[in-house]
Design a protein around this ligand. Structure first.
Ligand code: NAD
Length: 295
């Protein structure tokens, strides 16, 4: 219940960090992330308004005196929606939640001469609260004007990580786009080989079971979300093409039957992982023990 939640959150001390801020307008406020941030901002005492698809005729009125505009529309619509915005009050803070940062940051800086901040929450809309979640942020313009917002997010329990838009998109390309694409290709491969999943599972040790789970879980989700994540930027395609080249490079070692080369590459990669390789092995062992106990 909302009232109980409010009382509870108030006890947690979601003190409003910008007492004099004008209304906050969430563009795409009816969506999943828009609702989550709307709820958190209301719980912290802000006046929150929503500007969704059917509200454009009232845009000027909704944006009148806005202290902050938060854009939370689908990735592929973000730049277009930003250009659709009427001029904002000059001291209004313009923020977005888009999972990519280079294109939205450029568009925000282009359409608004005032303060700009990019955010990327590293979690989905289904979290109960923000405790221990990570939010990446990209300073845009007049960083002092967004200090209160970062402090507010910290009060919600999240950990903030500052990064440039370019570094963010490259890291996300590796963590999300290319990983998900590789999983997509794994799925395609399994479909084409068409061996029974039950049979594969019955022949799998816990680690292979977990690997199969990690592939299969993708296909229980929304294909449009993954299409958007993977195809979010031309840089992702370039990254995936480099991945494809390295796959070919690795395959060439096999074709040549060059066992020495395989071992040499293996050692080179192991050195790059360094101490992490041992740590990851220990961590995966405890994960596996846990996963096995859960079954
Ligand atoms: P969503 O589809 O649930 O919500 C998008 C909202 O935008 C909808 O209410 C839709 O009606 C509205 N919208 C679409 N076009 C519009 C327009 N022209 N004008 C006004 N409103 C419009 O999407 P979501 O999952 O909430 O994602 C929103 C943003 O959050 C995206 O940029 C996404 O990258 C980012 N994000 C999402 C997640 C996630 O897991 N869902 C995680 C991190 C970041």
């Amino acid at each position: 219940c909302m009232r109980e939640a409010y009382a509870h959150e108030k006890n947690l001390g979601f003190t409003r960090q910008a007492p004099d801020l004008g209304p906050i307008v969430i563009v795409g406020g009816a969506g999943q992330m828009g609702q989550l941030f709307g709820r958190m901002l209301r719980l912290s005492g802000y006046d929150v308004r929503q500007l969704d698809r059917d509200d454009w005729s009232r845009a000027e009125e909704l944006l009148d005196g806005a202290g902050m505009v938060l854009v939370s529309v689908p990735i592929s619509d973000t730049v277009e929606v930003l250009h659709q915005l009427p001029p904002l009050p000059h001291d209004c803070l313009l923020v977005d939640l888009t999972s990519t940062k280079v294109a939205p940051m450029a568009a925000m800086l282009e359409i608004h001469p005032g303060p700009v901040l990019g955010l990327h929450p590293m979690f989905g809309p289904d979290v109960d609260n923000l405790a221990k979640q990570v939010v990446a942020y990209v300073p845009g313009r007049i960083p002092d004007a967004s200090t209160w917002l970062l402090e507010q997010i910290r009060l919600w329990g999240a950990r903030l990580h500052e990064i440039s838009a370019e570094d963010h998109d490259h890291a996300m390309g590796l963590i999300q786009a290319q990983r998900h694409f590789a999983t997509f290709a794994d799925g395609l491969h399994l479909v084409r080989e068409d061996r029974s999943i039950d049979e594969l599972l019955s022949l799998s040790s816990p680690i292979y079971r977990l690997e199969l789970i990690m592939i299969g879980r993708l296909f229980g989700q929304d294909p449009e979300l993954y299409a958007d994540i993977i195809m979010a930027s031309p840089d992702n395609l370039a990254l995936i093409e480099r991945y494809h080249d390295r796959f070919a490079e690795a395959l060439e070692i096999l074709r040549a039957g060059d066992r020495e080369a395989f071992i040499a590459r293996f050692r080179e990669i192991g050195e790059w992982f360094g101490a992490h390789a041992d740590r990851f092995r220990a961590e995966s062992q405890s994960l596996l023990a846990h996963a096995d106990a859960q079954r």
